[in-house]
Write a protein that binds this ligand. Structure first.
Ligand SMILES: Cc1cc2nc3c(=O)[nH]c(=O)nc-3n(C[C@H](O)[C@H](O)[C@H](O)COP(=O)(O)OP(=O)(O)OC[C@H]3O[C@@H](n4cnc5c(N)ncnc54)[C@H](O)[C@@H]3O)c2cc1C
Length: 474
């Protein structure tokens, strides 16, 4: 049936220069870069908080790009993103855990693949990847099982806080006038008189340029503007998190010999003081739900204990799974569509935390090249993020701090109050957890959930789950 309603009025100018769809780590970084380039930008996110998609559940490794496909856009973006992160992180008070990595071959067949890995690393400009003697390896990681055949040293692979960094990008953009709309599920994109009108139900936003950063829904959002030339199929990664007592056994990132499809099961410290084992790589159709399976988790624990036997006696704190936004194309998809005033940023599957700032700079160049002159801002404001890293001073150590609400992770009442206030308060319990570490520890919120909910009551955009409802996801 023809729609007889009159078309909305044509607008010569848009409310915003740019609308970024999707507040994962990539969208947050793009939002920041374009705002700092002097444009008026709005960030639209369907969830009640930022980082509620792929970006909520990763391994948090700041990669060097040593094993990425040489010459790919991915390696360029990762290395540019890593450089920028390391150059700017101190201005935000963001932590880095300088662990480096060892890549260990456990069979002759794996050992035979090490020279090709060194070659690839050197092609990627990571020239300090080199073989390491087994006695040096044992000295570096005395807890390692006695059966390695050969190993490489991979300096520069580090661990970061996967949630505070994108939050810092958004807060800086907001301090310079960027606007964030959460619970804005873009369902229509219409081009009216040279302006994009993005709608979410009855609400609408007009912008001159759209940047699609929709992660696991990238092809759906693309299809709002044109038949999508790519398809997204999420690749699930399951993880096991060992208790803090386990970290003394894992001083560095322990990498396996990667396959063509996955980097394999990694054992690594987390910035929050735990040890992480995972992820798996399982293709699935569901874009929203990442389940964990008992048999897979048992396999991960067995693998961890095979490589680091002391982990067999360590308690497990948590389990979770993340969904990588994998596409049917080999490389990241980042392209401007000049006639449409649209930029696609899709298929940022396994390395987007590292690459985000590099991608953001590249998108900014595309916007300048194809669409708009930029007016980079001077005198930048650098919001300082509260420290959540275990190896640096935390709020609970501050003289005169009030009560501690989450006893497992030592989260103070003041930290929770602060996370529920400010320019971008937590929008849901997951967001509160990512801003404070509350509910992330041994009891997984069993002891503090009621107190946290009482504090958060009426402040969140999304109601906490009812008692007996589903467990919190990370
Ligand atoms: C298991 C696993 C391990 C990983 N390990 C690492 C690692 O160690 N190091 C590293 O650098 N990277 C790692 N990654 C990769 C990294 O997490 C991803 O590349 C990154 O999170 C992708 O971010 P994104 O912003 O593209 O997608 P997302 O985080 O999914 O963000 C997209 C956002 O768009 C929103 N959205 C979708 N549709 C709409 C719509 N119609 N309207 C409004 N909003 C919408 C979603 O709600 C979501 O918030 C890992 C990923 C996984 C899953």
């Amino acid at each position: 049936m023809l729609n007889s309603a009159p078309p909305p009025p044509r607008k010569a100018t848009a409310e915003f220069d740019v609308a970024v769809i999707g507040a994962g780590v990539v969208g947050c970084a793009v939002f920041r870069a374009l705002t700092l380039a002097g444009l008026s930008v709005i960030l639209l996110e369907r969830s009640a908080d930022i980082l509620d998609g792929a970006s909520k559940g990763n391994s948090a490794i700041l990669h060097t790009g040593f094993d990425a496909p040489p010459g790919s856009r991915e390696v360029q973006m990762m290395q540019a993103g890593r450089r920028r992160y390391l150059a700017e992180r101190a201005l935000f008070g963001l932590p880095v855990l300088q662990t480096d990595a060892v890549l260990v071959a456990w069979s002759q067949e794996e050992a035979a693949r090490l020279p090709a890995i060194i070659d690839k690393a050197h092609q990627n400009g990571v020239t300090d990847v080199r073989p390491i003697e087994l006695d040096v390896l044992r000295h570096r990681m005395p807890t390692l099982a006695s059966s390695p055949i050969a190993a490489l040293s991979v300096p520069g692979e580090h661990i970061i806080d996967p949630w505070s960094s994108p939050l810092a990008y958004v807060l800086q953009a907001m301090a310079h006038g960027g606007v964030v709309q959460r619970l804005f599920d873009v369902d229509t994109a219409e081009r009216l008189g040279g302006v994009w009108r993005l709608s979410a139900g009855t609400r609408a936003v007009d912008a001159g340029i759209v940047i699609n950063c929709a992660g696991n829904y990238g092809d759906h959002v693309e299809a709002l503007s044109r038949p999508s030339p790519f398809a997204i199929r999420p690749r699930k990664g399951q993880f096991v998190v060992f208790d803090k007592t386990a970290q003394r056994h894992v001083p560095t990132i322990l990498l396996p010999v990667p396959t063509a499809r996955t980097k394999g099961v990694v054992v690594c410290p987390t910035i929050f003081g735990n040890v992480l084992v995972g992820p798996t790589a399982e293709d699935q159709d569901d874009r929203g739900v990442a389940t964990v399976e008992r048999s897979t988790l048992k396999h991960l624990i067995d693998e961890a204990a095979r490589m680091v036997p002391a982990l067999a006696d360590e308690p497990v704190n948590a389990i979770y799974a993340g969904l990588r936004p994998a596409s049917d194309q080999k490389d990241y998809i980042i392209e401007a569509i000049p006639g449409r005033h649209w930029v696609t940023v899709a298929g940022i599957r396994s390395t987007g935390l590292t690459a985000a700032l590099g991608i953001a700079d590249h998108v900014t160049e595309l916007v300048e090249e194809h669409f708009l002159p930029l007016r980079p801002l001077q005198d930048l404001i650098w919001p300082s993020l509260p420290n959540l890293a275990e190896h640096l001073p935390r709020d609970h150590e501050r003289p005169g701090r009030g009560d501690i609400v989450c006893l497992c992770e030592l989260v103070t009442r003041d930290e929770i109050v602060a996370a529920l206030a400010g320019p971008l308060p937590a929008g849901n319990l997951g967001g509160l957890k990512r801003r404070t570490r509350a509910m992330m520890g041994r009891c997984q919120g069993f002891n503090c959930l009621a107190a946290v909910c009482e504090m958060a009551q009426d402040k969140l955009l999304e109601a906490p789950p009812l008692p007996g409802g589903t467990s919190l996801d990370v």
